[in-house]
Design a protein around this ligand. Structure first.
Ligand code: ATP
Ligand code: MG
Length: 417
Protein backbone atom coordinates (compact mmCIF):
# COMPACT_ATOMS: atom_id res chain seq x y z
CA UNK A 1 0.00 0.00 0.00
CA UNK A 2 1.36 3.40 -0.91
CA UNK A 3 2.11 5.41 2.25
CA UNK A 4 -0.31 8.18 1.40
CA UNK A 5 -3.13 5.92 0.21
CA UNK A 6 -6.37 6.53 2.11
CA UNK A 7 -8.45 3.75 3.62
CA UNK A 8 -12.17 3.69 4.47
CA UNK A 9 -12.85 4.74 8.09
CA UNK A 10 -12.70 1.93 10.65
CA UNK A 11 -15.97 0.04 10.82
CA UNK A 12 -17.16 1.08 7.37
CA UNK A 13 -17.00 -0.84 4.14
CA UNK A 14 -17.38 -0.28 0.45
CA UNK A 15 -20.15 -2.14 -1.35
CA UNK A 16 -18.77 -3.34 -4.65
CA UNK A 17 -19.60 -6.22 -6.98
CA UNK A 18 -21.24 -9.19 -5.23
CA UNK A 19 -21.39 -7.29 -1.94
CA UNK A 20 -23.45 -4.59 -3.56
CA UNK A 21 -25.60 -7.12 -5.43
CA UNK A 22 -26.53 -8.91 -2.20
CA UNK A 23 -27.16 -5.65 -0.38
CA UNK A 24 -29.42 -4.36 -3.13
CA UNK A 25 -31.26 -7.67 -3.44
CA UNK A 26 -32.12 -7.51 0.27
CA UNK A 27 -33.53 -4.00 -0.12
CA UNK A 28 -35.38 -4.77 -3.36
CA UNK A 29 -36.96 -7.87 -1.89
CA UNK A 30 -37.94 -6.17 1.38
CA UNK A 31 -39.40 -3.21 -0.50
CA UNK A 32 -41.45 -5.49 -2.75
CA UNK A 33 -42.81 -7.66 0.07
CA UNK A 34 -43.51 -4.68 2.35
CA UNK A 35 -45.58 -3.21 -0.47
CA UNK A 36 -47.64 -6.42 -0.57
CA UNK A 37 -48.55 -5.75 3.06
CA UNK A 38 -49.51 -2.15 2.33
CA UNK A 39 -46.37 -0.35 3.56
CA UNK A 40 -45.33 2.91 1.88
CA UNK A 41 -41.68 3.91 1.80
CA UNK A 42 -40.38 6.98 3.65
CA UNK A 43 -36.94 8.51 3.58
CA UNK A 44 -36.00 10.65 6.57
CA UNK A 45 -32.73 12.55 7.14
CA UNK A 46 -29.56 10.69 8.01
CA UNK A 47 -28.85 13.22 10.76
CA UNK A 48 -31.34 14.64 13.22
CA UNK A 49 -31.48 16.99 16.18
CA UNK A 50 -29.73 14.98 18.91
CA UNK A 51 -32.85 15.14 21.07
CA UNK A 52 -34.71 12.94 18.58
CA UNK A 53 -32.57 10.08 19.86
CA UNK A 54 -31.70 11.13 23.40
CA UNK A 55 -35.37 11.60 24.25
CA UNK A 56 -36.58 8.40 22.74
CA UNK A 57 -33.79 5.92 23.28
CA UNK A 58 -33.43 6.93 26.95
CA UNK A 59 -30.35 7.98 28.86
CA UNK A 60 -29.37 4.47 29.91
CA UNK A 61 -29.39 2.63 26.60
CA UNK A 62 -26.04 1.52 25.18
CA UNK A 63 -26.81 3.35 21.97
CA UNK A 64 -27.16 6.73 23.68
CA UNK A 65 -24.45 6.36 26.31
CA UNK A 66 -21.70 4.87 24.16
CA UNK A 67 -22.50 4.57 20.51
CA UNK A 68 -23.88 7.80 19.08
CA UNK A 69 -22.09 9.90 16.48
CA UNK A 70 -22.97 13.27 17.95
CA UNK A 71 -21.35 16.57 17.01
CA UNK A 72 -21.99 20.27 16.86
CA UNK A 73 -22.51 21.58 13.37
CA UNK A 74 -21.10 24.90 12.21
CA UNK A 75 -24.14 26.69 13.58
CA UNK A 76 -23.62 25.24 17.05
CA UNK A 77 -26.57 22.83 16.88
CA UNK A 78 -26.08 19.37 18.34
CA UNK A 79 -26.85 16.85 15.64
CA UNK A 80 -26.51 13.06 15.58
CA UNK A 81 -26.03 10.62 12.73
CA UNK A 82 -29.04 8.37 13.15
CA UNK A 83 -28.24 5.15 15.05
CA UNK A 84 -31.58 3.59 14.09
CA UNK A 85 -34.64 4.37 12.01
CA UNK A 86 -37.68 4.33 14.26
CA UNK A 87 -37.05 7.61 16.10
CA UNK A 88 -36.70 9.54 12.84
CA UNK A 89 -39.86 7.99 11.39
CA UNK A 90 -41.80 8.94 14.53
CA UNK A 91 -40.33 12.46 14.42
CA UNK A 92 -41.43 12.75 10.78
CA UNK A 93 -44.87 11.37 11.62
CA UNK A 94 -45.32 14.17 14.16
CA UNK A 95 -43.61 17.04 12.32
CA UNK A 96 -45.50 16.37 9.09
CA UNK A 97 -48.83 16.51 10.92
CA UNK A 98 -49.77 12.92 10.15
CA UNK A 99 -50.91 11.94 13.62
CA UNK A 100 -54.62 12.49 12.97
CA UNK A 101 -56.73 10.57 10.49
CA UNK A 102 -55.74 7.92 8.01
CA UNK A 103 -54.31 5.71 10.73
CA UNK A 104 -52.53 3.44 10.89
CA UNK A 105 -49.62 4.74 8.81
CA UNK A 106 -47.60 1.84 7.54
CA UNK A 107 -44.03 2.85 6.79
CA UNK A 108 -41.09 1.03 5.20
CA UNK A 109 -37.54 2.45 5.20
CA UNK A 110 -34.05 1.42 4.17
CA UNK A 111 -30.75 3.20 4.66
CA UNK A 112 -27.48 3.66 6.54
CA UNK A 113 -27.26 3.84 10.35
CA UNK A 114 -24.27 4.89 12.46
CA UNK A 115 -23.03 3.58 15.79
CA UNK A 116 -19.61 3.96 17.33
CA UNK A 117 -19.04 0.28 18.10
CA UNK A 118 -16.07 -2.07 18.14
CA UNK A 119 -16.04 -3.40 14.59
CA UNK A 120 -16.26 -7.15 14.13
CA UNK A 121 -18.04 -9.61 11.89
CA UNK A 122 -21.64 -8.43 11.52
CA UNK A 123 -20.95 -5.23 13.48
CA UNK A 124 -19.95 -2.03 11.72
CA UNK A 125 -19.91 1.66 12.52
CA UNK A 126 -21.81 2.46 9.38
CA UNK A 127 -24.27 -0.34 8.76
CA UNK A 128 -27.62 -0.47 7.00
CA UNK A 129 -31.10 -1.36 8.03
CA UNK A 130 -34.43 -2.12 6.50
CA UNK A 131 -37.43 -1.62 8.74
CA UNK A 132 -41.18 -1.27 8.96
CA UNK A 133 -43.41 0.59 11.38
CA UNK A 134 -47.18 0.52 11.87
CA UNK A 135 -48.05 3.82 13.55
CA UNK A 136 -51.45 4.09 15.21
CA UNK A 137 -52.69 0.51 15.68
CA UNK A 138 -53.23 -1.01 19.12
CA UNK A 139 -54.48 -4.39 17.95
CA UNK A 140 -52.52 -7.65 18.21
CA UNK A 141 -53.26 -8.27 14.53
CA UNK A 142 -50.86 -5.40 13.72
CA UNK A 143 -48.09 -7.12 15.71
CA UNK A 144 -48.74 -10.39 13.93
CA UNK A 145 -48.74 -8.78 10.48
CA UNK A 146 -45.53 -6.89 11.20
CA UNK A 147 -43.82 -10.13 12.23
CA UNK A 148 -45.31 -12.03 9.30
CA UNK A 149 -44.00 -9.42 6.87
CA UNK A 150 -40.48 -9.78 8.30
CA UNK A 151 -40.69 -13.53 8.03
CA UNK A 152 -42.08 -13.30 4.49
CA UNK A 153 -39.10 -11.18 3.41
CA UNK A 154 -36.70 -13.79 4.79
CA UNK A 155 -38.62 -16.58 3.08
CA UNK A 156 -38.52 -14.70 -0.20
CA UNK A 157 -34.75 -14.31 0.20
CA UNK A 158 -34.45 -18.03 0.93
CA UNK A 159 -32.81 -17.51 4.34
CA UNK A 160 -35.71 -18.47 6.61
CA UNK A 161 -34.17 -21.87 7.40
CA UNK A 162 -31.22 -20.06 8.97
CA UNK A 163 -33.20 -18.01 11.50
CA UNK A 164 -35.55 -18.72 14.37
CA UNK A 165 -38.30 -16.34 15.44
CA UNK A 166 -38.39 -15.80 19.18
CA UNK A 167 -41.31 -13.89 20.66
CA UNK A 168 -42.04 -12.57 24.12
CA UNK A 169 -44.33 -10.15 25.85
CA UNK A 170 -43.28 -7.24 28.02
CA UNK A 171 -46.86 -6.91 29.22
CA UNK A 172 -48.67 -3.68 29.97
CA UNK A 173 -47.59 -1.06 32.52
CA UNK A 174 -48.92 -2.86 35.64
CA UNK A 175 -47.40 -6.19 34.49
CA UNK A 176 -44.07 -4.49 33.90
CA UNK A 177 -44.05 -2.69 37.25
CA UNK A 178 -44.67 -5.97 39.04
CA UNK A 179 -42.03 -7.69 36.94
CA UNK A 180 -39.47 -4.98 37.55
CA UNK A 181 -39.99 -5.42 41.29
CA UNK A 182 -39.54 -9.19 40.97
CA UNK A 183 -36.32 -8.70 38.99
CA UNK A 184 -34.91 -6.18 41.45
CA UNK A 185 -35.61 -8.62 44.30
CA UNK A 186 -33.93 -11.48 42.43
CA UNK A 187 -30.85 -9.64 41.16
CA UNK A 188 -30.33 -7.74 44.43
CA UNK A 189 -29.95 -11.11 46.13
CA UNK A 190 -27.14 -11.89 43.65
CA UNK A 191 -25.70 -8.41 43.31
CA UNK A 192 -22.09 -9.48 43.95
CA UNK A 193 -22.17 -11.93 41.07
CA UNK A 194 -23.35 -9.34 38.53
CA UNK A 195 -20.99 -7.55 36.16
CA UNK A 196 -20.17 -3.96 37.09
CA UNK A 197 -22.31 -2.74 34.23
CA UNK A 198 -25.30 -4.77 35.34
CA UNK A 199 -24.95 -3.49 38.89
CA UNK A 200 -25.55 -0.05 37.43
CA UNK A 201 -28.46 -1.40 35.39
CA UNK A 202 -29.95 -2.82 38.58
CA UNK A 203 -30.34 0.75 39.82
CA UNK A 204 -31.36 2.38 36.57
CA UNK A 205 -33.04 -0.17 34.36
CA UNK A 206 -33.10 -3.70 35.76
CA UNK A 207 -34.76 -5.25 32.71
CA UNK A 208 -31.65 -4.45 30.65
CA UNK A 209 -29.76 -7.04 32.68
CA UNK A 210 -31.71 -9.72 30.83
CA UNK A 211 -30.15 -8.38 27.64
CA UNK A 212 -26.55 -8.46 28.96
CA UNK A 213 -23.91 -10.18 26.86
CA UNK A 214 -21.52 -10.69 29.84
CA UNK A 215 -20.96 -14.38 30.62
CA UNK A 216 -21.24 -13.84 34.38
CA UNK A 217 -24.63 -12.17 33.92
CA UNK A 218 -25.90 -14.82 31.52
CA UNK A 219 -25.70 -17.49 34.21
CA UNK A 220 -27.84 -15.45 36.61
CA UNK A 221 -30.23 -14.42 33.87
CA UNK A 222 -30.89 -18.06 33.04
CA UNK A 223 -32.57 -18.55 36.42
CA UNK A 224 -34.23 -15.14 36.70
CA UNK A 225 -38.03 -15.03 37.02
CA UNK A 226 -40.00 -14.51 33.79
CA UNK A 227 -42.75 -11.97 33.28
CA UNK A 228 -45.43 -14.59 32.77
CA UNK A 229 -46.32 -14.82 36.46
CA UNK A 230 -46.86 -11.03 36.52
CA UNK A 231 -49.02 -10.56 33.45
CA UNK A 232 -52.43 -8.96 33.83
CA UNK A 233 -55.29 -10.82 32.16
CA UNK A 234 -55.39 -8.21 29.44
CA UNK A 235 -51.69 -8.53 28.65
CA UNK A 236 -51.91 -12.31 28.65
CA UNK A 237 -54.82 -12.29 26.20
CA UNK A 238 -52.98 -9.83 23.96
CA UNK A 239 -49.95 -12.11 23.78
CA UNK A 240 -52.05 -15.23 23.21
CA UNK A 241 -53.86 -13.46 20.39
CA UNK A 242 -50.58 -12.47 18.68
CA UNK A 243 -49.42 -16.09 18.92
CA UNK A 244 -52.72 -17.41 17.55
CA UNK A 245 -52.51 -15.01 14.59
CA UNK A 246 -48.93 -16.12 13.89
CA UNK A 247 -50.06 -19.72 13.82
CA UNK A 248 -52.89 -18.86 11.44
CA UNK A 249 -50.45 -16.95 9.21
CA UNK A 250 -48.15 -19.98 9.18
CA UNK A 251 -45.21 -18.19 10.83
CA UNK A 252 -43.13 -20.59 12.98
CA UNK A 253 -41.96 -19.19 16.33
CA UNK A 254 -40.89 -20.09 19.80
CA UNK A 255 -41.50 -18.20 23.01
CA UNK A 256 -38.35 -16.85 24.65
CA UNK A 257 -39.05 -15.05 27.93
CA UNK A 258 -35.52 -13.54 27.91
CA UNK A 259 -36.20 -11.13 25.08
CA UNK A 260 -36.54 -7.61 26.46
CA UNK A 261 -36.50 -4.01 25.44
CA UNK A 262 -35.14 -1.85 28.21
CA UNK A 263 -37.07 1.29 27.35
CA UNK A 264 -40.28 2.34 29.01
CA UNK A 265 -42.19 3.04 25.85
CA UNK A 266 -42.00 -0.61 24.85
CA UNK A 267 -44.84 -2.89 25.87
CA UNK A 268 -46.49 -6.15 24.89
CA UNK A 269 -44.82 -7.84 21.94
CA UNK A 270 -41.03 -8.10 21.66
CA UNK A 271 -39.44 -10.39 19.11
CA UNK A 272 -36.20 -11.26 17.36
CA UNK A 273 -35.21 -13.40 14.45
CA UNK A 274 -31.94 -14.98 15.56
CA UNK A 275 -29.36 -17.14 13.84
CA UNK A 276 -26.52 -19.34 15.03
CA UNK A 277 -24.53 -18.62 11.90
CA UNK A 278 -23.12 -15.20 12.77
CA UNK A 279 -21.46 -15.87 16.13
CA UNK A 280 -22.20 -13.28 18.79
CA UNK A 281 -23.95 -11.07 16.24
CA UNK A 282 -26.93 -13.45 16.20
CA UNK A 283 -29.85 -11.05 15.99
CA UNK A 284 -30.86 -10.49 12.41
CA UNK A 285 -34.19 -8.72 12.84
CA UNK A 286 -35.52 -7.19 16.04
CA UNK A 287 -38.75 -5.46 16.87
CA UNK A 288 -41.67 -4.91 19.12
CA UNK A 289 -44.52 -2.74 20.22
CA UNK A 290 -43.71 0.81 21.31
CA UNK A 291 -46.89 2.47 22.48
CA UNK A 292 -45.18 5.47 24.06
CA UNK A 293 -42.61 6.58 21.51
CA UNK A 294 -44.64 9.00 19.39
CA UNK A 295 -45.72 10.70 22.60
CA UNK A 296 -42.10 11.04 23.67
CA UNK A 297 -41.60 12.85 20.34
CA UNK A 298 -44.31 15.39 21.22
CA UNK A 299 -47.20 13.71 19.41
CA UNK A 300 -50.44 12.24 20.74
CA UNK A 301 -50.53 8.73 22.24
CA UNK A 302 -50.03 6.47 19.20
CA UNK A 303 -49.76 2.74 19.73
CA UNK A 304 -47.23 1.39 17.26
CA UNK A 305 -45.24 -1.69 16.36
CA UNK A 306 -42.32 -2.39 14.02
CA UNK A 307 -38.95 -4.03 13.42
CA UNK A 308 -35.54 -3.32 11.96
CA UNK A 309 -33.12 -5.73 10.35
CA UNK A 310 -29.40 -5.31 9.74
CA UNK A 311 -28.87 -5.60 5.99
CA UNK A 312 -25.26 -6.79 6.41
CA UNK A 313 -26.41 -9.64 8.64
CA UNK A 314 -29.21 -10.58 6.26
CA UNK A 315 -26.73 -10.40 3.36
CA UNK A 316 -24.34 -12.79 5.14
CA UNK A 317 -27.15 -15.32 5.48
CA UNK A 318 -28.00 -14.73 1.83
CA UNK A 319 -24.41 -15.44 0.83
CA UNK A 320 -24.62 -18.80 2.59
CA UNK A 321 -27.56 -19.82 0.38
CA UNK A 322 -26.01 -18.73 -2.90
CA UNK A 323 -26.20 -14.94 -2.93
CA UNK A 324 -28.25 -12.64 -5.09
CA UNK A 325 -29.69 -13.76 -8.41
CA UNK A 326 -27.30 -13.16 -11.30
CA UNK A 327 -27.58 -9.87 -13.19
CA UNK A 328 -28.78 -10.14 -16.80
CA UNK A 329 -25.85 -10.77 -19.16
CA UNK A 330 -25.24 -8.01 -21.68
CA UNK A 331 -25.22 -8.00 -25.45
CA UNK A 332 -21.84 -6.83 -26.80
CA UNK A 333 -22.08 -4.67 -29.91
CA UNK A 334 -18.95 -5.04 -32.02
CA UNK A 335 -18.38 -2.78 -35.03
CA UNK A 336 -15.83 -3.74 -37.66
CA UNK A 337 -15.06 -0.84 -40.00
CA UNK A 338 -15.70 2.91 -40.07
CA UNK A 339 -19.34 2.93 -41.21
CA UNK A 340 -20.08 0.18 -38.70
CA UNK A 341 -18.63 2.22 -35.84
CA UNK A 342 -21.29 4.90 -36.37
CA UNK A 343 -24.10 2.40 -36.98
CA UNK A 344 -23.21 0.65 -33.74
CA UNK A 345 -24.60 3.63 -31.85
CA UNK A 346 -28.02 3.13 -33.51
CA UNK A 347 -27.97 -0.55 -32.59
CA UNK A 348 -27.01 0.23 -28.97
CA UNK A 349 -29.80 2.75 -28.61
CA UNK A 350 -32.38 0.44 -30.17
CA UNK A 351 -31.40 -2.40 -27.82
CA UNK A 352 -31.39 -0.24 -24.70
CA UNK A 353 -34.72 1.34 -25.63
CA UNK A 354 -36.12 -2.18 -25.78
CA UNK A 355 -34.77 -2.83 -22.28
CA UNK A 356 -31.82 -4.98 -23.33
CA UNK A 357 -28.49 -4.52 -21.51
CA UNK A 358 -26.05 -3.57 -24.28
CA UNK A 359 -22.42 -2.50 -24.20
CA UNK A 360 -19.73 -1.45 -26.62
CA UNK A 361 -15.98 -1.62 -26.14
CA UNK A 362 -14.64 1.87 -26.75
CA UNK A 363 -11.75 0.78 -28.91
CA UNK A 364 -10.03 -2.18 -30.54
CA UNK A 365 -10.25 -4.49 -33.52
CA UNK A 366 -12.63 -7.45 -33.75
CA UNK A 367 -10.38 -9.69 -31.66
CA UNK A 368 -9.88 -7.16 -28.87
CA UNK A 369 -13.54 -6.37 -28.71
CA UNK A 370 -14.46 -10.06 -28.58
CA UNK A 371 -12.07 -10.45 -25.65
CA UNK A 372 -13.81 -7.61 -23.90
CA UNK A 373 -17.20 -9.24 -24.61
CA UNK A 374 -15.96 -12.38 -22.83
CA UNK A 375 -14.65 -10.35 -19.90
CA UNK A 376 -18.05 -8.80 -19.28
CA UNK A 377 -19.72 -12.23 -19.65
CA UNK A 378 -21.75 -11.08 -22.64
CA UNK A 379 -24.40 -13.58 -23.70
CA UNK A 380 -24.44 -12.48 -27.33
CA UNK A 381 -22.25 -10.46 -29.65
CA UNK A 382 -23.77 -8.37 -32.41
CA UNK A 383 -21.09 -8.01 -35.08
CA UNK A 384 -21.45 -5.17 -37.55
CA UNK A 385 -19.45 -5.21 -40.78
CA UNK A 386 -19.58 -2.40 -43.35
CA UNK A 387 -20.66 -4.63 -46.26
CA UNK A 388 -23.43 -6.43 -44.40
CA UNK A 389 -24.71 -3.22 -42.84
CA UNK A 390 -25.27 -1.84 -46.34
CA UNK A 391 -27.97 -4.53 -46.63
CA UNK A 392 -29.36 -3.69 -43.20
CA UNK A 393 -28.06 -6.90 -41.66
CA UNK A 394 -25.78 -7.85 -38.75
CA UNK A 395 -24.23 -11.06 -37.40
CA UNK A 396 -25.68 -12.36 -34.14
CA UNK A 397 -23.34 -14.70 -32.31
CA UNK A 398 -24.43 -16.83 -29.37
CA UNK A 399 -21.35 -16.68 -27.18
CA UNK A 400 -22.29 -19.77 -25.18
CA UNK A 401 -22.85 -22.11 -28.12
CA UNK A 402 -20.66 -20.29 -30.65
CA UNK A 403 -23.35 -20.42 -33.34
CA UNK A 404 -23.79 -17.39 -35.55
CA UNK A 405 -26.50 -16.18 -37.92
CA UNK A 406 -27.27 -13.18 -40.07
CA UNK A 407 -30.28 -11.17 -38.90
CA UNK A 408 -31.98 -7.95 -39.99
CA UNK A 409 -30.71 -5.08 -37.84
CA UNK A 410 -34.26 -3.79 -37.47
CA UNK A 411 -35.39 -7.14 -36.06
CA UNK A 412 -32.58 -7.33 -33.50
CA UNK A 413 -34.23 -5.93 -30.36
CA UNK A 414 -37.16 -8.33 -30.72
CA UNK A 415 -34.74 -11.26 -30.44
CA UNK A 416 -33.98 -10.45 -26.82
CA UNK A 417 -37.34 -9.54 -25.32
P1 ATP B 1 -26.92 -6.11 18.99
O1 ATP B 1 -27.53 -6.83 20.14
O2 ATP B 1 -26.35 -7.02 17.96
O3 ATP B 1 -25.98 -5.01 19.40
P2 ATP B 1 -29.00 -4.17 18.85
O4 ATP B 1 -29.96 -4.63 19.88
O5 ATP B 1 -28.09 -3.05 19.16
O6 ATP B 1 -28.15 -5.41 18.28
P3 ATP B 1 -31.08 -3.02 17.25
O7 ATP B 1 -30.86 -1.67 17.74
O8 ATP B 1 -32.28 -3.77 17.69
O9 ATP B 1 -29.77 -3.92 17.51
O10 ATP B 1 -31.00 -3.01 15.63
C1 ATP B 1 -31.69 -3.96 14.82
C2 ATP B 1 -30.75 -4.77 13.98
O11 ATP B 1 -29.78 -3.95 13.35
C3 ATP B 1 -29.92 -5.79 14.72
O12 ATP B 1 -30.65 -6.94 14.97
C4 ATP B 1 -28.80 -6.04 13.74
O13 ATP B 1 -29.21 -6.93 12.72
C5 ATP B 1 -28.57 -4.67 13.16
N1 ATP B 1 -27.45 -3.98 13.81
C6 ATP B 1 -27.45 -3.29 14.96
N2 ATP B 1 -26.24 -2.75 15.21
C7 ATP B 1 -25.44 -3.12 14.16
C8 ATP B 1 -24.08 -2.86 13.81
N3 ATP B 1 -23.28 -2.10 14.56
N4 ATP B 1 -23.60 -3.39 12.65
C9 ATP B 1 -24.39 -4.15 11.86
N5 ATP B 1 -25.68 -4.42 12.14
C10 ATP B 1 -26.22 -3.91 13.26
MG1 MG C 1 -26.12 -2.96 19.82
Amino acid sequence: MAPNQLQPPRGTHDLIGEDFARHQHVIDTARRIARLYGFAEWATPIFEDTRVFSRTLGDTSDVVTKEMYTFEDRGGESVTLRPEGTAGVCRAFVSNGLTQGNLPRKVFYAGPMFRYERPQKGRQRQFHQIGIEVLGAAEPLADAEVIACGWHIQRELGIEEGTVLEVNTLGDAPSRDAYRAALVAYFSAHREALSAESQVRLEKNPMRILDSKEAQDRALVADAPTIFAQLTDEARVFFETVCAHLERLGVPYRVNPRIVRGLDYYSHTAFEFVTERLGAQGTVMAGGRYNGLVEAMGGPPTPSVGWAAGIERVAMLLEAVGGAPAAPRPVAVIPVGDAAEAAALDVLQALRSAGVVAEIAYKGNLKRRMERANKISARYAVILGDAELAEGRVQLRDLDSGTQESVLAAALPARFV
